[in-house]
Design a binder for this molecule. Structure first.
Ligand code: PHE
Ligand code: ZN
Length: 846
């Protein structure tokens, strides 16, 4: 049975809660949960509570037992009629649950012998009867009884005795922010003194033996706390902050009040086991979860349709944090790459939805790139439109006006209107309308006057056939033919479907540096010659626009090759110019040197109305890389040597930039040196960045047998490192071998597929190998679906999320479509398919 939830149906909850008291007697089987909830009536209506999979022992109101027949047939609702309720009362329940059987990792479960919880979005109902909706907030008092040495919950500790701990969280919170952890854990302790002088105890909790890899997480936490004070004036509000690493986790991490729970891959890092990318993500996600304390926890969401209120804003904040800690230019380019790869793809297919959707079947399917990454882009646009000052004023007002509340996107927009006096009615469409606008530019040049004609169009998306024009902030500059900037960054505000802007008094015809800083999440169609792109790549003052010019040059060359055979000379030449001073800005040079991926090439061909051929795309990309390597061998070899990072490994932006350029060179050189350098680097590197980089080159070159064995020998007992080993093989193997390899890997005893990280490493590794996943014989699709069918009964959330590998299936040729459809049809027809996966497959096939 599928039930669709609608935003329009939201009604206030008729009760508020003065306090929630919980008592846990933990056991793998038969954990007892006693709850007491002090309700006060606020409006008319019955008492409706949510539950899922609970063995209810008793229910009572003010001590008087309630009949268990008040529980609905499907066991998911408990309704006490209004007539049976005084205005204030205490509801009490005693239930039993089995953490050990909980493979879905939602609610209370066991991970490697440790009890932990995951309650967002609707996991708390798996723990006890409760109004499991974000707009019902309460202070919590939690008692945990267990023989595990470390017992944690939200808030401040009240008592920590033998086998029992009591925690009190004074800040009213919705149930999705509840957390409990009980296990054999050790802490990396530290402390932080807040701007008003309060000392906060900090702990990063890990399994014994992992302490030496938890230091970077603690440093990142301290940097986050300081940054939020300095940048947003936000101070931490409890006496302790605990962060726990768990091995079995569906997502990245979770912002539970005062007790963040993290996937261990986003906590544990050492030079030998984590890459530069891992370090950057750890810092960014620790920031993200910490920043939620204000944007998400103190101010939460009224309902799940408003998810981007907390996620878009918190992503925006973590992006700002990373730019401040590292390189703003590199961070922006990375973010644009992710947005294009994940969100534009989502927006162009059957799963397209607005940042604030107005209906869903399963909320867990809406933790998407659109809600997160596009949600952040929308805030970036807002900031550009109102300016730094306006943004700061609006945020200050948001924190003052809405502290302690559960809010909507309307509340958010209103603070910007009130703080700046702007009318944001049209801007709101970014939140309610799906799809990526296409911005078309044509130019007129006459007598020193340049006229820019812009058009915007957005293709229909599911349920939204009409797309009225949006406000588009277009940041641009003008670059003269000699490379000088003749107009610094200027923001045009486009509000109509088509609109023209004029620039007078120009000496010679300039080249437009368009969409600087990627000022709006749109695609661009414009006429520009390869020479003009090369001019921007050489001279643009905006790093994003400069990178984009080179990227477009490469993309055009690749598409030309993939569809008609030749091309790419201009890009090859431009690269030559870039390599000469690459050492001045290695991270930037590395970004320019890495060719657009096969997936992006396919997306672009489809967006231009073509049918992408995965094999031809692969061939074209390989050939262009080969040409570049051959043409620039000497320069690449020189840079490869120059980019060695001497001394002990440091995970900072500078070192990471040098290593990324080094590996970009290595990827090209491996094509012509018989993988000699990759072999040497694999054997000699002392950090995982270069180790893994070299291994990927060896796999691509088909010279990986010994390296893979050595790697497994060295890291066999480290789960996180072995996830990399499982991932890089299907990802980097040549398309003719990747599926067979994935199949072999799946047979291994250490393919512990019930662990989400391990499952994703192998299966998503294959899905990300474009030509292999889209193999003409359908073997990539079939293999993926076989495993999704296996995982669904065990872990519906992770299964459903991974269905998005299929969201582009209608782009390809008829034979591939037939294979994809057959595979998806098998999944759709599976008996007992979860609601999560069923919604995804239905939407993808629609
Ligand atoms: N709220 C978490 C975050 O963005 C993500 C999450 C969602 C984690 C659902 C677990 C379950 O930081
Ligand atoms: Zn978040």
């Amino acid at each position: 049975m599928t039930v669709t939830q609608y935003l329009a149906d939201w009604r206030p909850y008729p009760f508020e809660i003065a306090e929630t008291r919980l008592e846990f007697d933990l056991a793998p089987k038969g954990t007892r949960v006693r709850s007491q909830i002090d309700f006060r009536r606020k409006g008319p209506g019955d008492l409706v509570l949510d539950g899922a999979g609970l063995r209810t022992q008793s229910l009572a109101i003010d001590g008087k037992p309630l009949d268990l027949s008040l529980i609905s047939k499907d066991d998911e609702r408990l309704v006490v009629p209004a007539s049976a309720l005084p205005d204030s009362f205490t509801f009490a329940a005693e239930v039993e649950i089995d953490p050990e059987m909980n493979t879905a990792l939602e609610g209370l479960y066991l991970s490697g012998g440790m009890f932990c919880t995951q309650c967002e979005a609707e996991g708390f109902r798996h723990i006890t009867w409760y109004p499991d909706r974000p707009d019902v907030m309460a202070p919590f008092r939690v008692t945990i009884r267990s023989d595990k040495p470390v017992l944690l919950s939200n808030g401040n500790p009240v008592s920590r005795g033998q086998g029992e701990a009591v925690w009190h969280d004074p800040w009213p919170k919705p149930a999705y922010l509840f957390a409990l952890v009980a296990g054999d854990l050790v802490a990396i302790p530290d402390s932080f003194t807040t701007m008003s002088g309060r000392k906060v105890e900090l702990n990063v909790w890990v399994r014994p033996g992992d302490q030496d890899r938890a230091g970077y997480a603690m440093e990142s936490l301290i940097r986050s706390m300081k940054w939020d004070e300095e940048t947003y004036g936000r101070e931490y509000d409890l006496d302790v902050f605990n962060l726990v690493a768990v091995d079995d986790f569906n997502m990245g991490a979770m912002e539970n009040k005062g007790l963040n729970i993290f996937n261990s891959k986003l906590v544990l890092a050492s030079a030998e086991t984590a890459t530069d990318g891992d370090y950057e993500r750890i810092e960014g996600v620790i920031g993200h979860e910490y920043f939620h304390n204000w944007t998400g926890n103190r101010i939460t969401c009224r309902d799940w349709f408003q998810l981007c209120l907390k996620e878009g804003l918190t992503v925006f904040r973590d992006q700002q944090f990373t730019s401040d800690m590292r390189s703003a230019a590199v961070k922006r380019i990375h973010d644009v790459q992710t947005l294009r790869a994940r969100q534009f793809r989502e927006d162009a297919g059957p799963l397209a939805h607005p940042p604030r959707p107005d209906n869903y079947q399963e909320i867990n399917n809406f933790y998407t790139a659109t809600v997160y990454e596009k949600g952040a882009e929308v805030i970036g646009m807002l900031k550009r439109l109102v300016g730094e000052d306006g943004y700061r004023k609006a945020l200050d007002l948001y924190f003052i006006r809405h502290d302690g509340q559960a809010c909507t996107i309307e509340d958010w927009i209103k603070v910007f209107e009130d703080a700046t006096g702007r009318d944001l009615t049209q801007f709101k469409r970014w939140y309610t309308d799906a799809g990526t606008p296409r911005l078309t530019l044509s130019e007129d040049w006459q007598d020193g006057r340049l006229t820019l004609h812009f058009r915007q169009e957005t293709a229909p998306t599911p349920g939204q056939p009409q797309k009225p024009p949006r406000v588009i902030p277009i940041a641009l500059g003008l670059i003269g033919p000699n490379g000088d900037e003749v107009l610094p960054t200027t923001v045009l505000e486009m509000t109509e479907a088509s609109q023209s802007f004029t620039f007078d008094g120009l000496g010679a015809r300039p080249v437009v540096s368009l969409l600087r800083g990627f000022s709006a999440p749109v695609t661009v169609a414009r006429e520009i010659t390869a020479d003009e792109q090369a001019l921007l790549l050489a001279h643009d003052t905006d790093p994003y626009a400069r990178w984009q010019a080179g990227h477009d040059l490469a993309l055009d060359a690749l598409i030309f090759r993939a569809t008609s055979g030749t091309g790419g000379a201009e890009f090859g030449q431009a690269i030559g110019g870039l390599l000469t001073d690459a050492a001045a800005d290695p991270a930037f040079a590395a970004l320019c040197l890495s060719l657009p991926g096969e997936e992006e090439i396919a997306t672009t061909i489809a967006a231009r109305g073509g049918v992408p051929d995965p094999d031809a795309i692969r061939t074209a990309r390989e050939a262009l890389a080969q040409d570049i390597a051959t043409a620039h061998e000497a320069e690449l070899a020189r840079l490869y040597d120059a980019m060695e990072t001497p001394g002990p490994y440091r995970p900072d932006a500078e070192g990471a930039g040098r290593r990324s350029l080094r590996l970009a060179c290595l990827g090209l050189l491996t094509r012509i040196d018989g993988a000699a350098r990759a072999q040497v680097l694999f054997n000699s590197a002392s950090n995982m960045t270069e180790r893994q980089g070299a291994l990927e080159c060896l796999i691509a070159a088909g010279k990986d047998t010994e390296a893979l064995a050595a790697f497994a020998q060295e890291f066999g007992s480290n789960r996180l490192v072995m996830d990399k080993w499982f991932m890089v093989q299907p990802l980097r193997a040549t398309p003719d071998q990747a599926v067979a390899r994935a199949r072999d890997l799946a047979e291994r005893a250490d393919f512990d597929w019930k662990n989400p990280n391990r499952f994703r490493a192998l299966i998503s590794g294959l899905c990300a190998n474009h030509a292999a996943f889209h193999a003409a014989d359908g073997s990539g699709y079939a293999f993926t679906v076989d495993w999704l069918m296996r995982l669904d009964p065990v872990n519906p959330q992770t299964t459903a999320r991974m269905c998005s590998a299929f969201e582009t299936w209608t782009r390809y040729d008829a034979d591939r479509q037939a294979h994809a459809k057959a595979a998806l049809g098998r999944l759709a027809a599976m008996k007992g398919l979860s609601r999560n996966t069923s919604e995804m497959v239905t939407r993808i096939l629609a």
